[in-house]
Design a protein around this ligand. Sequence first.
Ligand SMILES: NC(=O)c1ccc[n+]([C@@H]2O[C@H](COP(=O)([O-])OP(=O)(O)OC[C@H]3O[C@@H](n4cnc5c(N)ncnc54)[C@H](O)[C@@H]3O)[C@@H](O)[C@H]2O)c1
Length: 386
Amino acid sequence: MDHSGPNHTPAAALGRTRSHAGSGHTLRLAVFSAKPYDRQFLNSARQSHDTTLSNLKITYHNFALSQSTVSLARGCEAVCVFVNDHLDASLLQSLHDYGVRAILLRCAGYDNIDLAAAEGLGFFVANCAYSPESVAEFALALIQTLNRKTHRAYLRVREGNFNLDGLLGRTLCGKTAGIVGIGRIGLALSRILVGFGCRVIAYDPYGENPSFLNYGAYVGSLDSLLSQSDIVSLHCPLTPQTRHIINDHTLQRVKPTAMLVNTSRGGLIDTHAVVSALKDHRLGGLALDVYEGEESLFYVDHSGDIIEDDELARLRVLPNVLLCGHQAWFTEESLEQISECTLGNLEDYLTGRNCKFSLVHREKTVAATPQDAGQVAASGAGNGMH
Ligand SMILES: NC(=O)c1ccc[n+]([C@@H]2O[C@H](COP(=O)([O-])OP(=O)(O)OC[C@H]3O[C@@H](n4cnc5c(N)ncnc54)[C@H](O)[C@@H]3O)[C@@H](O)[C@H]2O)c1
């Protein structure tokens, strides 16, 4: 079926879905980088969208969307992608050529898509919101694991070694925690850290969130935050402005005993600089859920492979470094919310309804009109993230 014709609008697609249910029109969604849990939760969420998405056919691909796999999106109205599917201008052009018109990110971050190019091609693009606590609680788990060395204690006790040498930690109560970026996750982590008795400070150049003032105080610069903090936790998005926000220069401000935690995006940290700081004892510890070079590694079993990334190899063996494979989001609740939000976004696109999670200006997308949709609320700005 050719979806690229001039009369193609999302609402028209919905109209066919609703009123031509028996006509054989199928609305196709291709889900890339799909794991068994994605299938399970999307299939289950789908049941609550049965009326509106009755003719939806979901195809799951367990590999990433890339130039070599994009042809599998041919004939699909929409694709659904995850954090390491990299949608640059050329891939977007291919998707467009194959007739795809909507891109559903089943994640919060959107640094993996060239939004300007997507908007230029008229794509609908939306991300997902889900429990910020899932990520904030994981950041706390990393902080306390690295601090109290429970990962090493667990291994020792399994071997019958009850010696405490090398397991000395520090009490969190009374320490200063610096949060870089007070959005949903930064705010949730602030609340948790206050519960531990920490003094919480934050840096966010894009304005103050009044709710944060219940938990801590803003400082005026990243340097000021870094020089005061015993724990530094990164929660800003990856953008051209924040790429390598932790680098040789900013690491000079960090206390040599401080712990750096990154559950946001790997590109926020210059890995080479942070490895040097750890080797020179200029940084006390590092906990990463995300990594600059994760795209070619994470979410796949490489235990039988030789991993060629030397900086990752160095990080994996340092005793004051804790690495995880981008799992902070990975809770049952988040999967439920992501799946529900993804299908909700698809419905918004199809009906022309205002989409809270739209990342593109509505008027530039191949938009449905309310008349087409036969219902629907006013259109307008999406989630304000353009
Ligand atoms: N590891 C995971 O599983 C996981 C899961 C969800 C989200 N994330 C990452 O976490 C990030 C934050 O998520 P969120 O929902 O809290 O986002 P959000 O948009 O609610 O908040 C981001 C905050 O960062 C601030 N910010 C932007 N540039 C900044 C800068 N230069 N310095 C300091 N602050 C800056 C923004 O003003 C905003 O307040 C996402 O962008 C995503 O990359 C990771």
